[in-house]
Each structure stands twice: as C-alpha cells, then as structure tokens.
Write a new protein. Structure first.
Length: 372
C-alpha cells in the first residue's frame, strides 16, 4: 500500500518529461497517495508548468540551481520523511537521487526514469563520457527499477552504458486521458485558421533535437507547390533567433509562425491538416501520440526513439529519415494532398490504449508496490 511518494526532477519547465512527471504525480495524489514533487529550480521559465501541479501536492523547491548542488538537501529530505517510493527523472537527476538515497540510508523503493536515447542526447566525449558511464553503472543497479519510456530507449541505454543489470523495463508515458480529450475541444484563434488554408502544425522546444530547421526548409518546398499551406511551430527555446532568421531568409514570414509556448497545444490539432515531428532524436514523443489520438494526419522522422513504435512501423502515419528535407517535403505533400492511411478502428483504439493514463498508472503502481 502506497502512502507517501516523491517525484524528483530538475525543474518544471515546459518540456515533455516535466509534463509527464506532473501528470503521474497528479494522478497518484488524486488516488489518495501523499505526493511530494521536488525540484532544484523554479526561477523564470523553469516554472512554466507550475500551474498544472495539483494543489494537494506538496511542492518542494530546493532552490539550489544546478542538479549537482541538491545532493545534501535531498539527502536531508529523505532522512526527514518516510517515503515509500522515490521516482526520479533524467540521467543527472537520477544519479544524484540514487546517491542521496544511499547517503540517507532510506528504505524507500527507487525508480529511475530514462526519457531519451543517451547515444544521441549525451554530447560527451573522453573523460566526461567515461565519468558519466561510471556513475550510471555505480548508481543505477541500486534502483529497484529503471523505467525507459520506449523500447528504443531501453535498447540504446543498455548498449550505450554497457549496462548489465536486468532492472530495465519499458513503460510508455501516460499522455492520453479524459482531460486530454477535453483540451482538444478548446477554441483557438489564429490568423492561419482560415477555410482556404491547409495548416501544418509542429510542437516542441526550439532546440537541436527537434530539428525545426529541417521542417521549415521542407515546408518551403511544400509551400512553393501549394501556396495555400501554412506552418505553425508551437514552442520556445534557445534556437528561436536562428529559426526566425531562417524563416525570413526563405521569404516565409507571412506563412510561417512561431507563436511561442502554449500550455494547451492540443487545441490546435482540430484546425490543422497535418502534424509533423521532425526530430533528430526523442525518448518517446508524447505530442506525436497525442496528435495520433486526435486522429489528425501525422508525418514523423524515424528518429531514435519512439516514432516507429508509436506509428506501428508506418501503419498509422508516414515515417521519413532524419534530416531529409526532400523526403520530409514529399511526405508532407503526400499526406496532405494524396495519402489516406486506412486502418481498422478497433486496432487503432487498442494501439492507443497502451499510452492511456489508466494503463500506464497501473503499471507504475505495480512497480511501486511490488517486491524488488
């Protein structure tokens, strides 16, 4: 029986990993479990998702900036509170959390979540890479379970770290629930949402991983042949200036818009003709699952990892190679103007069910309550 659990992560910024943790935490507190959400920093943009945290959750802000600085404060917290389970997310946070639990001599069950493919996400070489691998192989075996958000992440994790222990398990993120379908219904006003336009939508942080530059270049080809097309990219990030310059240089300022972060990007799905994921790498792109569940047409890169599993090897959407501008442009045009994917409705519903909150929560609850 679970009484009290802690979810630990660096911030409550606007990323998919943070949103998933909040969703997990909210649902456990709604089940009557005492839930703490502990973070290192809530300054500025790092608190974007704060409003989504259930008020019954105790928010613990260590206010220490860097994750490395949280080791002793987290240790003291674990000593002062009798947690049944601690769930940490993201590699550096996981390492620190595992060390803090060891120092605190906490008897809580430890679950570490891996949300991205390390071979792509970790930009380390030489000594730094060696140190990270050493720390992972020192701390992760102490976890009761290491949850990977896709089979691709699990396979990549084991290979990248040469990880020997059999405590890895795949659980997809709980990205679909009744509240999600309510969010789909919310009206949105945008100048591109006109009957004569065909809108392409993308959602994600403006970072290298999302490769929105490839999408913009592919859209330029699409728009040259089909002037009625428009592109909206929802999200914020460090590459905004570069992407805005690219839009300007390609003469697309009137037909491409980057409105910034929106806490409900799902409401845009019903107005768009097509959703595109252009990423170079992912862990499990929740927004692709949500787009699929909304029954909008989808095109995605076959990046590591997630899209191949989400789209069931192209059964439910088109897959293209990463960073292939011509291929992406062709797939977008095909999806909008020619291609209709036909699939059995019951098979589609069964496929989407594995990403539904109820199924995912049951899997987490089983891990949290079971013997190691």
């Amino acid at each position: 029986m679970l009484n009290k659990v802690m979810f630990f992560l660096p911030t409550l910024g606007g990323g998919g990993a943070e949103r998933t943790v909040i969703q997990l935490a909210n649902n456990f507190v709604q089940r009557g479990v005492q839930v703490d959400v502990a973070v290192c920093d809530l300054s500025g943009a790092k608190s974007k998702l704060l409003a989504e945290v259930d008020p019954k959750i105790e928010l613990v802000n260590f206010d220490c900036g860097r994750v490395a600085s949280v080791l002793m404060p987290l240790k003291q917290r674990l000593q002062a509170h009798d947690y049944d389970c601690i769930i940490a997310t993201q590699t550096h946070s996981n390492i620190v959390c595992a060390l803090a639990k060891k120092l605190a001599r906490s008897q809580a069950k430890l679950i570490l979540r891996e949300v991205s493919t390390p071979s792509k996400n970790m930009k380390l070489q030489g000594l730094s890479k060696f140190i990270l691998k050493t720390l992972v192989n020192f701390t992760y075996p102490a976890a009761d379970h290491v949850v990977c958000v896709s089979n691709g992440v699990l396979d990549d994790f084991r290979e990248y770290y040469a990880y020997p222990k059999a405590n890895l398990v795949t659980i997809y993120n709980p990205v679909i629930d009744d509240a999600y379908f309510e969010k789909l219904k919310v009206p949105v006003a945008h100048r591109f949402f006109q009957p004569e336009h065909k809108v392409v939508l993308a959602v994600g942080r403006l970072t290298e991983a999302k490769n929105f530059a490839c999408l913009i270049r592919a859209f330029a080809q699409c728009h040259a042949k089909h002037p009625e097309t428009r592109l909206i990219i929802l999200g914020e990030g460090e590459l905004r200036g570069e992407l805005e310059q690219l839009v300007h240089d390609l003469g697309l300022s009137d037909v491409v818009d980057l409105p910034g972060f929106d806490s409900n990007p799902y409401a845009y799905f019903k107005y768009a003709e097509l959703f595109v994921l252009s990423s170079n790498w992912e862990g499990l792109p929740g927004v692709l699952i949500q787009a699929l569940a909304s029954k909008i047409k989808v095109v995605s890169t076959n990046c590591p990892s997630g899209p191949l599993e989400i789209l069931a090897n192209s059964k439910f959407g088109l897959l293209v190679e990463c960073d292939d501008v011509d291929g992406l442009a062709s797939a977008m045009q095909h999806a909008i103007f020619q291609h209709v994917i036909n699939f059995n409705a019951q098979e589609f519903e069964q496929h989407c069910q594995q990403f539904h909150k109820t199924a995912v929560l049951q899997r987490y609850a089983s891990l949290m309550e079971s013997s190691s």
